[in-house]
Each structure stands twice: as C-alpha cells, then as structure tokens.
Design a protein around this ligand. Structure first.
Ligand SMILES: *Cc1c(COP(=O)(O)O)cnc(C)c1O
Length: 368
C-alpha cells in the first residue's frame, strides 16, 4: 500500500469547491442554550423565520399513524404534485417538489450554470443563490438594491453579460421584507434570461407572480412549506415552471429527493389549511404589533415588512455588541456583519411573549 501521506486527495478536488465559503445555517437549540448557559426551553429562537406554532396537529398524527416507512417514496411525486396543483391552481406538470426549495435552487443552477457562467443577484438577499451558483463553478454577480432595498432594474440590466444565465430574488425579500412590484418583475422577464422569483414568504403577503407563467416561459416561481406551514425540519419546497423545464428537472433530480415523511406532512398540511392560515394571520398581526413596539425603541430603525420577520438597523458600529448581548440573554436573532447590513439584525416573528422579551432586551441594550 502507498503511504497515504503522499496522496494529495485534496489536489484532485475541483478548485472552486476547495475555496468554497460555507453557507451559515441556523444553529440547533441545544447549542444555543449551551452558549447562553440556559436550559433549551428558555431559548428564544428567532433567527430562522421558523413558524412558532409548529406544524399542523394533523401532520403529527399522520406521521405517527403511517406504517410503511420501509418503502421508497414515489419518484414521480404523483400524489404530491396533484395536491400541490390544487393548492396552487397550476397544472401538476408545471410543478417539481424538492427537499426544501433550497434543492430546487440547486437543481435550477445545475441545469443552467457551468464554469464561467454567471447569475445576477440583487443584494442584500438570501445567501443560497450565490452559494449554489458557486458550487456549480459559476459566478454570483451582486447588484446592489437601491436605498429602500428595491431592485435597481437598470443596474441589473447593466450587469448582464453574454455569460449571464439568469437572476434570482425573493419577493418579499429576505432579509429586508419588501416585495418586488409586478412591473419590475415584468421588466426583468423581458431580458429573456431565467428569472427565479422566490415566493417563500407568499402566504404572509398574498402577492404572487404565478399568473405570469402563462406569458413568460423564462419565469420560475419558488414556494416552500418551511415557513408558513411549519415544516422547515421536514424539508419540502417546490418550483413552478414551464412543463418542459419541469420535465427536465424531474428527469435529473435525485429520484427519491422528497422523503415519505415530508410527503405525508405536506398532504396532511394541505388538508388543514384553515388552521395553518389562521396561524399565518396571527403571525402577521404579531409582526405588526412588534413593528409598533420596535418603532418606539430609541436608536432603532425598522424596515417595513410583508413577511414573518423584521429587519432592524441598530446604532452605528454597535451591531455586534448588541447581538452578543442578546445571545447572552438567550435571545437569538439573525446578525449580518457584512457590507450594507453591518449593524443590522433580523428578528423573526414569534409568540407574543417572545416579542415582548426581544423588544425589552433591545431597549435595554441599545439605550443602556
Ligand atoms: C427560508 C428560505 C428558503 C428556504 O426554504 P426551504 O424550503 O426551507 O429550503 C428559500 N428562500 C428564501 C428567501 C428563504 O428565506
């Protein structure tokens, strides 16, 4: 046998993978609790835009009653796509379900982006688009949003090169909370490039561009059950697109990408939408209450939100210190240490007592 120390296995790896920066996901509850030195049930976890009410009780029941976890799930997603077709009012052949919408983002980029290609991303925004683009060996081209975090369509157009395959953006945007107007989305679709509108937070705002799929074959709309339906841990999201694109995605995805538990949970959720929508209504009302309270805290500027989170601007140069102060109190929000979001923090909307604790702690830390 060769001396294993002489084998340069890393040298065989693709250079763009070797130099990849990790996507920073949400850390688990017990790790957070450990960090703050408090019991896990005392942790206030508002850093992942998760649903504070959990999944529908029907989901828990259906998962417990199901017996056949020894079977593989349906690679054609027949039941899933039919149920989603009813929910979205879009033909089933336009839909592909994924292991979270994160997987649909990854599949799209693998379909369109190779070495040297690029994707235009209006920033600040969700990090997965750039991350998955770079995994494909492509380049993520950031285009700054304007002073209100609206997409600068002119700047996007100027950033497009012959190597540009498309653009990705959420509406409402994460982490800024604002929607992109239909007029702007139409203007972006007119580029003829792939336009992916990530409607992860649709259920909190009610604005969608799904109807534009009839007019534009270059549009893909993403949805997920992670946030509004409380299924983040089961990983179920979807893309809506032209049937030929959907067929290609179906043929190249991992065959069993959506596991049986996620399928059962999705079907049970769609049978209990009244419960889920009434929770969404509570979350929206709580967001507006939280916004009112935060606006009364001296030294904090809030950004308007159509989603289940609020972006707050903290006093200049104090972002990290205030974030650390919150962590020490067992309150975990999302901190952005970079560029324009230096000194910004994003708070997911939780339960009323969590809102009160966050606002009180922020007031104390900012104005101490
Ligand atoms: C949370 C989030 C996602 C991830 O959704 P999953 O379905 O859980 O993968 C995608 N896009 C945006 C903008 C998000 O905020």
């Amino acid at each position: 046998m060769k001396d294993s120390k002489n084998i340069d296995i890393n040298g065989l790896m693709l250079p763009h993978i070797q130099s990849l920066e990790t996507y920073q996901g949400v850390i688990p509850m017990d790790v957070m609790a450990d960090r703050a030195g408090i019991p896990p049930e005392k942790v206030i976890r508002l850093n992942g835009n998760e649903n504070p009410y959990g999944p529908s009780p029907r989901v828990v029941e259906a998962l417990g009653n199901f017996q056949n976890y020894n079977h593989y799930p349906d690679p054609d997603q027949t039941k899933l796509r039919d149920a989603l077709s009813d929910y979205l009012d879009v033909p089933a052949d336009h839909i592909v379900a994924g292991n979270g919408s994160d997987e649909i983002i990854d599949l799209l980029l693998r379909m369109f982006v190779g070495q040297g290609d690029n994707i235009v991303i209006p920033t600040p925004t969700f990090g997965m688009y750039a991350f998955s683009t770079e995994i494909c060996g492509g380049e993520a081209v950031s285009v700054e949003r304007d002073e209100d975090f609206n997409i600068d369509v002119e700047a996007v157009n100027l950033a497009i090169t012959p190597k540009t395959k498309g653009m990705f953006f959420p509406s409402p945007n994460n982490p800024t909370g604002n929607v992109t107007s239909e007029a702007q989305i139409r203007a972006l679709l007119e580029t003829g490039l792939l336009v992916v509108v990530d409607e992860t937070y649709y259920e909190f705002c009610g604005q969608t561009v799904l109807p534009l799929l009839e007019e534009y074959s270059n549009l893909v709309v993403l949805r997920t059950f992670s946030k509004w339906a409380g299924l983040a841990g089961l990983r179920i999201g979807l893309g809506v697109m032209q049937p030929d694109l959907a067929a290609t995605m179906m043929s190249m995805k991992p065959p069993y990408n959506v596991n049986l538990a996620a399928e059962i949970a999705l079907l049970a959720s769609l049978e209990d939408t009244p419960t889920l929508f009434s929770r969404v209504k509570n979350i929206v009302a709580e967001r507006d209450r939280m916004m009112g309270l935060l606006q009364q805290v001296k030294g904090i500027k809030t950004w308007p939100s159509q989603a289940n989170f609020i972006l707050c601007q903290l006093p200049e140069g104090r972002g990290k210190e205030i974030y650390d102060g919150l962590c020490n109190r067992g309150i975990f929000l999302r901190y952005f240490g970079n560029d324009r979001l230096k000194d910004h923090i994003r708070a997911s909307v939780g339960l009323p007592h969590e809102t009160d604790a966050v606002v009180a702690a922020l007031d104390e830390l900012v104005n101490a």
